[in-house]
Design a protein around this ligand. Sequence first.
Ligand code: AMP
Length: 218
Amino acid sequence: MIIIMLGAPGTGKGTVAGILQEKMGIKQVSTGDIFRQNIQDGTELGKIADSYISKGNLVPDDITIDIVRDRLEKDDVKNGVILDGFPRTVVQAEALDRILAENGKKVDLVVNLTTPEEEIIERIVNRRICSNPDCKTIYNLQLNPPKQEGICDKCGHELIQRKDDTAETVKLRINTYMNQTSPLIEYYKKQGNLYEALVSKSINKMGKDVAEDIVKMF
Ligand code: AMP
C-alpha cells in the first residue's frame, strides 16, 4: 500500500501519517524529517538542505528524488509506505510513478489536507515536536498541549520547535506550496486516487479524525 500525504504546511500531514503508521502498520517516511536529521548531524546533505529549508524553499528535485529512491529500497517499506511530504512537485510525482512502476507498484491513495490559512499560521507557531527521533509526536500548545510543559507525554523527551516554524517562514512556505506543490492536486485527481479532507477547528475536524476516517476505508 503506497499512501501519499499532500497538503500545505501545518495542515496535519505528519499527524495523520503518524496515526496511520500506528493503526495500519505501514511505515511513515517524511522527507522533511530526513533533511532535519541530516541538518542535525551536520552532513553535507544537511548543509545543502538547510540553505533551502531556512528560506522556505524546496530542496532541489534531483537531490530529493535520489533520497526517496534509496529510502524506498529499504526492507521496512517493502510492504508499503506513507510518504509524508513527498512528492512536492510534478517532477517528483512523475519520478515517483516511474520508481514504483519499476517495482510493479503504484500510488494507491493520495490524502490531500486543506486548512484555512489563518489557522495554518496559528497552528505552526504553536507546534512543538518530540525531540526523540523514534517518537516525534506532534503537539500544539493551544489545541493539544502536553500534560507537562515542554515534555513529551509518550516518551518523556524534550519538546522542540522547528527552526522553520516561524510566522515569517510559514508565509514563504505557503507561497512555495501554492506555486510548486498545489498542481499535484490536479495530477492525482486525473489518476483517480485523490481523497480530500478539510482539517479545521471551524468544523471540529482535526488530523486524528481524518486518520480515523481513512483507517475505516480499509
Ligand atoms: P516538512 O517537514 O514536510 O514540512 O518539510 C520541511 C522542509 O523540508 C520543506 O519546507 C522543504 O524545504 C523541505 N522538503 C521536505 N520535503 C521536500 C520535498 N519533497 N521536496 C523538496 N523539499 C522538501
